[in-house]
Design a protein around this ligand. Structure first.
Ligand SMILES: [Zn+2]
Ligand SMILES: [Zn+2]
Ligand SMILES: [Zn+2]
Length: 259
């Protein structure tokens, strides 16, 4: 199983428009972050999580030509704004893409991208997706066994996903204790949002995310959804040995790590 970090940035991306801080001015590509998204590939099949505003560029950079399924964590714009670029997969495959999202988000997605779900007389090709509700329990999708975890993200829900010994959780404040008990010791690599070292009302920040890695006993914890407060090199020393920062274009090979 290979994980592609398509984007590692928080909602504003890094550099932030108009910001002159040292990270925003950094020439290190690891300090240049598009909005958060990943793809998970195994045995020739790929599932993508979220459609960030930079989705097209992310997918091209990762060398992904086609995906077999799409999962949405939640509907915030930094996770959905690239939806229209799903058209490219339809051009290639000529079949609609299966997409899982929390059932309460069906109407929000359909309202946001109404032209893709209602015939408005548009003559071009709109994104073609079949929507499915993320169930409460594990489900099989596009060749993967996926266990969802429902998370609270301020006043909206978000969904994290476990693919065997890999998990991706983004945009959450607290992780349910019951899932910590269930998942503890089962995850080798986890990518989770962490933003920065400050405080945040709707997001887990880096010290909280590190605590989560510890609670779950993950072997390798990768912190993503990073703001411009975090310098990839300068702030690496603030992390324990088992943790690191995600960066755009990072790939993680699960088998190589676990063996
Ligand atoms: Zn976000
Ligand atoms: Zn900045
Ligand atoms: Zn969010």
């Amino acid at each position: 199983m290979r994980v592609h970090i398509l984007g590692s940035g928080t909602s504003s991306g890094v550099p932030v428009i108009g910001c002159h801080c040292s990270v925003c001015r950094s020439s290190d590509p690891k300090n240049q972050r598009t909005r958060a998204s990943i793809a998970v590939s195994e045995a020739g099949r790929t599932v993508m999580i979220d459609t960030s505003p930079e989705m097209r560029l992310q997918v091209i950079r990762a060398g992904i030509e086609d995906i077999d399924g799409l999962l949405y964590s939640h509907m915030h714009a930094d996770h959905t704004a690239g939806f229209d670029d799903l058209r490219a997969f339809f051009f290639k495959t000529r079949r609609p893409l299966d997409c899982y999202l929390l059932p309460e988000y069906f109407e929000e997605l359909k309202t946001r991208f109404r032209y893709a779900f209602v015939d408005l007389g548009y003559h071009g090709v709109t994104p073609q997706v079949n929507l499915h509700a993320i169930p409460d329990e594990s489900f099989h999708f596009a060749g993967f066994d996926i266990e969802p975890v429902r998370l609270q993200h301020g006043n909206v829900p978000s969904c994290g996903f476990r693919f065997g010994r890999f998990a991706y959780v983004t945009d959450f404040k607290n992780f349910p204790l019951k899932k910590i008990e269930e998942w503890r010791g089962k995850i080798d690599v986890m990518v989770a949002s962490g933003i920065h070292f400050g405080t945040h009302t709707t997001h887990s920040v880096i010290p909280e995310t590190l605590q989560l890695f510890d609670d779950l006993a993950v072997k390798r914890g990768i912190i993503s959804h990073l703001a411009h407060d975090v310098d990839y090199v300068e702030h690496a020393a603030l992390l324990p040995n088992f943790a690191e920062y995600a960066f755009d274009g990072m790939t993680i090979d699960l088998e190589a790590l676990v063996s």
